[in-house]
Design a protein around this ligand. Structure first.
Ligand code: PMP
Length: 321
């Protein structure tokens, strides 16, 4: 836990999980000035603990903070806090295959005041919790053509609290209609795909890996970036980052050229999609076999993180414990 006051960071302290005291007029509670990250740490085969891509997570955290008028976190504060936490929490990093320590850094406005304004004071906190392997059953998706997660020019590229609160209601409606997640589309025409649920989305179309290009409405997923990087290196996979329309996906189903669809994110790594409901039709996607792109890339990423394959991109941040 560390406070930011008078334009300066205080000294960080590590405290047991428990209650914290806040003013009911704390600005973040009213005006949503709150930003977070989600990352993971793993045991590697050589006995160290690997925090996966902390520099890239910091870069995104700082972009989110900038968008929300909040101070950026210096790299030294970020890395030294993570390292200290991992050293203290080493017993909490699970050793079971596929399990990890989830790390949740977040920052929120703490000034106590009723008027709408940018806070002068902030608290930066990092929570950790062991998590098991995430085994989502393949998703049935509703193409959203009424609500939006965020608009172009809005805060979709930032990991700020309000994006999630605003997505609850459309997601609840989709669940009542029998779907698992929403396929979010652009705010102007509901024509182009943005993301799936709270993940980035990828398709294997005509044998190529296709994913929506980043915009102000799409979160720059660390898993997305890792998978695109690995795909470019895997034999036979060309990658296209571009606008992807619902029409194109429907045509892919009709012509049989769409062979895989999956979400990507820190929690699940890849989450298979089984059905996309487009214009009244449930289009089915065959389940991903061991030679599918998604399972191959998931395995490769796993191997790199566990130290079973060379980490040629320097994604692993190893803490000796
Ligand atoms: N989009 C949204 C809206 C998310 O919340 C997440 C999860 N952080 C992602 C995409 C995937 O990002 P990452 O791969 O960095 O977890």
């Amino acid at each position: 836990v560390v406070d930011y006051e008078n334009g300066q960071w205080g000294s960080p302290s590590i405290v047991p999980f428990g209650e914290m005291k806040f003013s009911p007029a704390m600005l973040s509670l009213h005006y949503g000035q709150a930003v977070f990250e989600g990352m993971k740490a793993f045991h590697t085969k050589d006995g160290s603990i690997n925090i996966f891509r902390p520099h890239k997570h910091l870069d995104r955290f700082n972009k989110s903070l900038h968008r929300m008028c909040m101070p950026s976190v210096p790299e030294e504060l970020w890395l030294s806090s993570l390292k200290r936490l991992i050293e203290i929490d080493k017993e909490w990093v699970p050793k079971t295959e596929g399990a990890s320590l989830y790390i949740r850094p977040f920052m929120f406005a703490t000034e106590s005041r009723l008027g709408v304004k940018v806070s002068d004071t902030f608290k930066f906190v990092i929570l950790t919790s062991p998590v098991g392997p995430y085994q989502a059953k393949p998703y049935r998706l509703k193409v959203e053509n009424k609500y939006v997660r965020t608009a172009e020019g809005g805060t979709g590229f930032a990991k700020c609290a309000g994006n999630y609160g605003g997505a609850f209601y459309p997601t609840q409606i989709a669940r009542e209609e029998g779907f698992d997640q929403i396929l979010w589309t652009d705010s102007k025409e509901h024509k182009y795909i943005d993301e799936v649920g709270m993940m980035n989305v990828m398709f294997v179309l005509n044998g190529k890996l296709v994913t929506p290009q980043l915009s102000t409405a799409i979160l720059d997923g660390i898993t997305r970036d890792s998978i695109l990087t690995l795909a470019k290196e895997m034999a036979g996979f060309s990658v296209e980052e571009r606008k992807v329309s619902i029409d194109e996906i429907e045509q892919g189903f009709i012509k049989g050229t769409l062979t895989e669809a999956f979400g990507t994110g820190t929690a699940a790594v890849v989450a298979p999609i089984s059905v996309i409901h487009i214009n009244g039709t449930d289009y089915q996607i065959p389940s991903a076999g061991p030679t599918s792109f998604q399972l191959q890339v998931k395995q490769k990423l796993h191997n790199i993180r566990m130290g079973l394959e060379p980490d040629t991109h320097e994604w692993n941040y190893l803490v000796k414990v």
